[in-house]
Design a protein around this ligand. Structure first.
Ligand code: SF4
Length: 716
């Protein structure tokens, strides 16, 4: 690696401490800069979460910043400049480079025209888990105050919306309850279900490994795949995909049967226990073994570890959430931790690992269709009036659409225009054939991006944004920790920070005079001069961020929300003494088979996910040469038994076909997957895995089922 020119040699002219742009662990590190370029990333011993640790993406993934494909000037389709109607079909015509005024004026005009002609709810807005808190706050304000719609969402819908909904129902707060440090250092047992932690949250994965190897913590992994965590687990429960509720109910059946439940905790701090206990009678171990494929003896062994090792922390990710029963899965885990009395104590808790660096913050800032910043509900008169007074505008009382509703609504002609910041639905949303078909039908789309993405094919205006290295702001990590992002280099070309782009756009829309704003309201205006100023506004309208400001963060305070005031130290552990909603509520949950069932035509199950070296749609990591040197093509995991039956011998190309589409990719023959199961990542556009997946949604959270797709596999 030392010979790689992009891992720069020589002495840095300056070193800037900032926060990683990839996963929700929120590692901090130093960007070493020379001649306006990032030379390398080095560890910073004062980083509150990771200390000197970094994973390969944090260490080398920055290389995309200087990639020649960066968007450096605004682009507009020629037909718009000529004032002609949009060409019919998928091809929207040639791009023309323009100045910022032209691009922003056109975007403002088209969004405002859609609002006037078809109503504010004809506009759909996607915020971004990759952008800062300040930028997501402004996107939420733009949707609600400037456009007048609650149609705002982002990719949290696709990863942890079921966590947020489930935990809010059970406990009153949808966030991770504990810190990574107390989980790693004070637990006696760890239950990791549906989280490939060593690949997806690698630095936390190293902390879990140390907990097991140094402190002898018991680790139970529940996962249909033999992921790397299994190498040091006490027990691996290899349940069939889509059977988590049965598995968890079976474990809780045994915990009750053996008298391992924490009766005092249940009596003092919870409600609805009797209905929950009654429901468990349907899940005796023998029946659960039949549904899940986990042997009865393993169920008893796991329940015994859970019942006799306190505190136990539960950790999960998309293996739990991305199902049509995502909310019910999460409620089952919430039940488990109440049953064992593991809430409100260090080393325990519910610990959903958020995927993107700022998916927690994007939710906190109101990048969701049902809540303003700080989870204040748009349907509650009191909350709505508070924001109407703050922003000086009348706000919509209607629930907005989720991203999984907006895109089909574009097909139906209900969504006419979209403004998208840093999201790539063509790569990330299920059933991408259908997504493309819907985006084609939009009258107008403006995309704020750092690279031309797969979604930009359907855009009319492309606004070049800067990367994390070129701007200031804050990210909030998976454990609710608010951390600074600091500008290390000048913007590349004419690219601008998203907060400047959004301010310019909002001002232009408001200047058209079609939206009534009371300019005397305290936060009616859009004259922002810095992200610090935006954070002050966030703090004023968001009780859980009330005590957050840049002075405290730059002094080195490490704050986890809720931060109730300037003297409040933040809240490392939630639900201490009592739950956010008062008593925790047990919910009976029922096993429901997945939507996409295998049959004679599609006999295998495909589950999708990510790999250590890449990130989501891959826009950034596919442009980091060190990461590409390690993992440069899409691979599909297939078991040795299935590979032999197919005649796969070494590296062979496979064709995977579902009821919705077909892709080709290379086989990786491995016993990480059992016979009958395949695993594919969605990082590479040449094998767009989401062509295969189904847009079947959880009825409460509207999260799609990415984890169970019926497919057939053939040799190409
Ligand atoms: Fe970045 Fe996550 Fe790796 Fe830390 S663990 S360096 S936050 S990708």
């Amino acid at each position: 690696l030392d010979n790689k020119p992009s891992v720069g040699k020589g002495k840095a002219e300056k070193v800037v401490t900032t926060t990683c742009t990839y996963c929700g662990v929120g590692c901090q590190f130093d960007l070493n800069v020379k001649d306006g370029k990032i030379l390398r990333v080095t560890s910073n011993p004062n980083a509150p979460v990771n200390g000197m640790r970094l994973c390969v993406k944090g260490r080398y993934g920055y290389q995309f910043v200087h990639h020649p494909q960066r968007l450096t000037r605004p682009l507009v389709r020629q037909y718009l400049l000529e004032g002609k109607p949009r060409p019919a079909g998928a091809d929207r015509g040639p791009w023309v480079e323009v100045d910022w005024d032209t691009a922003l004026n056109l975007t403002a005009q088209k969004l405002d025209d859609a609002r006037l002609q078809f109503g504010a709810d004809s506009v759909g807005i996607l915020a971004s888990a990759k952008c800062t808190n300040e930028e997501n706050y402004l996107m939420n304000k733009l949707a609600r105050q400037v456009i007048g719609t609650n149609n705002i969402d982002h990719c949290a819908r696709l990863c942890h919306s079921s966590t947020v909904a489930g935990l809010a129902l059970a406990y009153g707060s949808g966030a991770m309850s504990n810190t990574m440090k107390d989980v790693a250092e004070q637990s006696q047992a760890l239950f990791v279900i549906g989280s490939n932690t060593t690949e997806q949250h690698p630095v936390f994965g190293t902390m879990l490994r140390q907990a097991v190897l140094r402190r002898g913590v018991k680790l139970i992994v529940a996962d249909p795949r033999r992921i790397d965590l299994c190498e040091f687990a006490t027990l691996h429960l290899q349940q069939r995909p889509g059977t988590d509720i049965a598995l968890l109910n079976g474990l809780m059946y045994i915990i009750l049967e053996k008298g391992w439940a924490d009766e005092a905790f249940i009596a003092e701090r919870t409600e609805n226990f009797d209905a929950f206990r009654e429901n468990l009678k349907d899940y005796p171990p023998e029946k659960v073994a039949e549904i899940t494929g986990v042997p009865v003896e393993q169920l008893y062994a796991a329940a015994e570890i859970m019942g006799t090792h306190k505190p136990m922390a539960v950790i999960w990710a998309m293996g739990i959430t991305q199902h049509i029963v995502g909310v019910q899965n999460v409620l089952s885990l919430a039940n488990l931790q109440m049953l064992l009395g593991n809430m409100g104590i260090p080393g325990g808790g519910v610990n959903p690992l958020r995927g993107q660096n700022n998916v927690q913050g994007a939710c906190d800032m109101g990048g969701l269709p049902d809540v303003y910043p700080g989870y204040q509900k748009v349907t509650l008169d009191e909350a709505r009036q508070r924001f109407e007074q703050a922003w000086g505008a009348s706000l919509s009382p209607n629930l907005g659409m989720t991203v999984t509703e907006m895109i089909p609504a574009a097909c139906e002609g209900k969504i006419k225009a979209m403004l998208i910041m840093g999201e790539n639905p063509v790569m990330s949303d299920p059933d991408s054939n259908h997504v493309r078909h819907c985006l084609e039908r939009l009258d107008f789309m403006a995309l704020i991006e750092i690279f031309p993405s797969e979604t930009s094919v359907y855009a009319d205006v492309l606004l070049p944004a800067v990367t994390f290295a070129e701007k200031d702001g804050t990210f909030t990590n998976t454990e609710r920790r608010i951390q600074r992002v600091r500008q290390a280099i000048d913007p590349i070309g004419e690219a601008r920070p998203d907060w400047i782009i959004l301010s310019g756009l909002a001002k232009r829309i408001l200047q058209r005079g079609n939206r009534k704003i009371d300019a005397s309201a305290p936060f009616a205006g859009w004259e922002y001069t810095s992200p610090a100023q935006i954070m002050d506004e966030v703090a004023a309208v968001t009780p859980i961020y009330a005590g957050v400001d840049y002075e405290r963060l730059d002094r080195g305070e490490s704050l986890q929300w809720p931060v109730r005031g300037k003297d409040h130290p933040g809240t490392p552990i939630l639900h201490v003494g009592q739950f956010t909603r008062g008593r925790g509520k047990f919910h009976p949950t029922v096993h429901v088979p997945p939507a996409d069932q295998p049959d004679g035509q599609f006999p295998m199950i495909l589950t999708t996910g990510r790999v250590l070296y890449h990130w989501h749609g891959g826009e950034m990591t596919r442009r980091a040469e060190t990461l590409m040197a390690i993992y440069d093509r899409p691979l599909v995991e297939i078991s040795p038994e299935d590979a032999e039956a197919l005649g796969v011998n070494g590296n062979r190309r496979l064709r995977l076909t579902s009821r919705r589409g077909s892709i080709e990719a290379e086989a990786w023959v491995t016993d990480r997957v059992p016979p009958g199961l395949l695993h594919a990542n969605f990082h590479f556009p040449e094998s767009p895995t989401n062509e295969l997946t189904i847009a079947a949604l959880d009825p409460i959270s509207k999260i799609p089922d990415f984890k169970v797709t019926a497919v057939r596999v053939e040799l190409v």
